[in-house]
Design a protein around this ligand. Structure first.
Ligand code: ADP
Ligand code: MG
Length: 256
């Protein structure tokens, strides 16, 4: 497959998506008739107050959760469950403690029947991509939080997904590591040409990484909003337009 062909894949369409959960016997509507088109190779951030349904939306996109009504289409095909073209990364990387970095990253490919040496060869490429070449032999307990999350990202990329779904992946990291990892994610997104769908509660992170930001409201009946981030890349957090956008997004949530 050529790079050009790959770049065209990973388009997501959300059509009339609704999802509720039962709360004390009453249905709690979390997603209400959501419609959304995400271009192949786009970077979309999803922000919103705690409990507004960000994780639920991501889980539905991943195929881990079925919607009550509506559908998700990937490259025109209806999603019926998890699929190889999608990979999801959670806040905690959930590495296997008894495997070293190399085998943790190659594990998904081994599970798919690739012989161990070939799985490891693929894994090495992604370990380099996330800057951990020196740590192939290290075990998860020897890694910092940021390094462990890099391993999680490498593991997700090794299976070459078209769509990378991330649920607050940097939420547990300290402020400095988080900034570095945001730069890393921006670079990885550019180099791998994946569709990136990133849930975050960090508005600056959303502006730094996304082409568009989906703002999910918490109040019933309020409509989700899409905001274009028309800033050149690589982005400068101190740019006046960047700062103004952050202020605008904060105002969406009544923050100053
Ligand atoms: N499996 C579930 N069963 C019942 N309620 C759930 C379940 N998953 C999520 N919820 C509820 O749905 C709402 C949205 O949750 P979630 O998508 O995790 O929000 P967010 O990620 O934006 O914080 C919350 O009120 C939560 O309690
Ligand atoms: Mg969540």
């Amino acid at each position: 497959m050529t790079t050009l062909e790959k770049a065209k894949k990973g388009e997501v369409a959300v059509r009339g998506l609704s999802k509720s959960f039962a709360l004390k016997g009453q249905p709690l509507a979390v997603l209400r008739d959501l419609n959304l088109n995400i271009r192949a190779g786009e970077s979309l951030a999803i922000v919103g107050p705690s409990g507004c349904g960000k994780t639920t939306l991501l889980r539905v996109l991943a195929g881990l959760e079925a919607p009550d009504s509506g559908e998700v289409l990937i490259d025109g095909a209806k999603v019926g469950g998890v699929g190889r073209e999608r990979a999801i990364i959670f806040q905690e990387p959930r590495l296997l403690p008894w495997l070293n970095v190399l085998r943790n990253v190659g594990f998904g490919l081994e599970m798919r029947g690739l012989p161990r040496d070939r799985a490891e060869a693929h894994a090495r490429r992604y370990i380099r991509l996330v800057g951990l070449a020196e740590f192939e032999e290290a075990y998860p307990r020897q890694l910092s939080g940021g390094m462990a999350q890099r391993v999680g990202i490498a593991r997700a990329l090794t299976v070459q997904p078209e769509i990378l779904l991330l649920d607050e992946p940097l939420g547990a990291l300290d402020a400095m590591t988080k900034l570095t990892m945001q730069e890393e994610l921006a670079r990885i997104w550019r180099e791998e040409q994946v569709t990136l769908i990133l849930v975050t509660h960090d508005l600056e992170e959303a502006i730094f990484l996304a082409d568009r930001v989906l703002v999910l409201p918490k109040e019933k009946g309020a409509v989700p909003r899409l905001i274009n981030v028309e800033l050149p890349r690589p982005r400068d957090r101190n740019d006046t337009v960047f700062v103004a956008m952050r202020r605008q997004l904060m105002a969406e949530f009544g923050l100053h």
